[in-house]
Design a protein around this ligand. Structure first.
Ligand code: PEP
Length: 263
């Protein structure tokens, strides 16, 4: 108990674990996830972690209506536009109106399959901030850049291009940045702890240099599983994880939460 209190009161940032369901699950799956007892206690005061679910957009309303207090619902994407003739898009005001608390931006699957650019991500970032949504901005290098040792250059350029298109640099401390090497997403491959540490240091320094705000909240994503979660969670600069495939199975996600440790 003494150890628990010490950890709970220590100055480390609260960690966030985000379950990104991508285009998976149907109504019943979302309902079960939100209403069935979770195999591990997810109360923030016990775990000092925040659990977030990003369901497919069509089920955001359902998830918001049924999620317990200690499960936040974020969207997987949003429109850069406020409103108007943008068929198929969902505005940040609509998300906030439904009870959504945050939004993933620039996920590599949006970049690869939907031509999302850093400039567009910057505009979505500005939109999210105006509505009080917590943006989770995904950045990370391609396999080619990783293999040619251009990771640092790549993420610095990505941050610069994103921020150039966002007018709200002074409020950027409200953002979560997700370091997600593209080559690690859905592949079962992960960078080493040293590599994660180095890239996160670069991200932190770049952001602090650009915004003047200290200690951004930075998480890691890319093939996080129950087997590697503990090791990744011990990297001191990592403040949580973005979990795709492994989050679809509730028992597996619960094991990741257990393995992630208590901070
Ligand atoms: C993701 O969706 O951002 C992700 C990291 O996926 P996976 O865990 O499946 O690699």
């Amino acid at each position: 108990m003494v150890v628990f209190l010490y950890c709970y009161r220590c100055t480390r940032m609260k960690h966030i674990l985000i379950a990104n369901w991508k285009m998976n699950g149907l109504k019943g799956d979302i309902h079960n996830f939100c209403t069935q007892p979770f195999p591990v206690d997810i109360s923030e005061n016990i775990q000092n972690k925040t659990l977030i679910l990003c369901p497919p957009s069509i089920y955001l309303g359902l998830a918001c209506a049924h999620a317990p207090e200690n499960l936040l619902i974020y969207a997987q994407d949003c429109s850069a536009y406020e409103k108007g003739a943008y068929t198929g898009e969902i505005s940040v005001a609509m998300l906030a109106d439904m009870g959504v608390k945050g939004v993933l931006l620039g996920h590599s699957e949006r970049r690869i399959y939907h031509g999302e650019t850093d400039a567009r991500v910057g505009k979505k970032l500005a939109a999210a901030l105006t509505c009080g949504l917590t943006p989770v901005v995904c950045i990370g290098e391609t396999r080619e850049d990783y293999e040619s040792k251009q990771t640092q250059v790549f993420v610095e350029a990505q941050i610069a291009a994103t921020l150039d298109s966002c007018d709200y640099v002074s409020t950027l401390h409200n953002i979560v940045w997700a370091y997600e090497p593209r080559w690690a997403i859905g592949t079962g491959k992960t960078p080493t702890q040293e590599e994660i540490t180095t890239v996160i240091q670069t991200i932190r320094e770049t952001l602090e240099g650009k915004t003047g705000n200290p200690t951004p909240h930075i998480i890691y994503g890319g093939s996080v599983t129950a087997q590697n979660a503990h090791a990744i969670s011990t990297v001191p600069s990592v403040h949580g994880a973005l979990i795709g495939g492994a989050s679809l199975d509730k028992d597996c996600l619960a094991e990741i939460i257990r393995q992630w440790g208590s901070f």
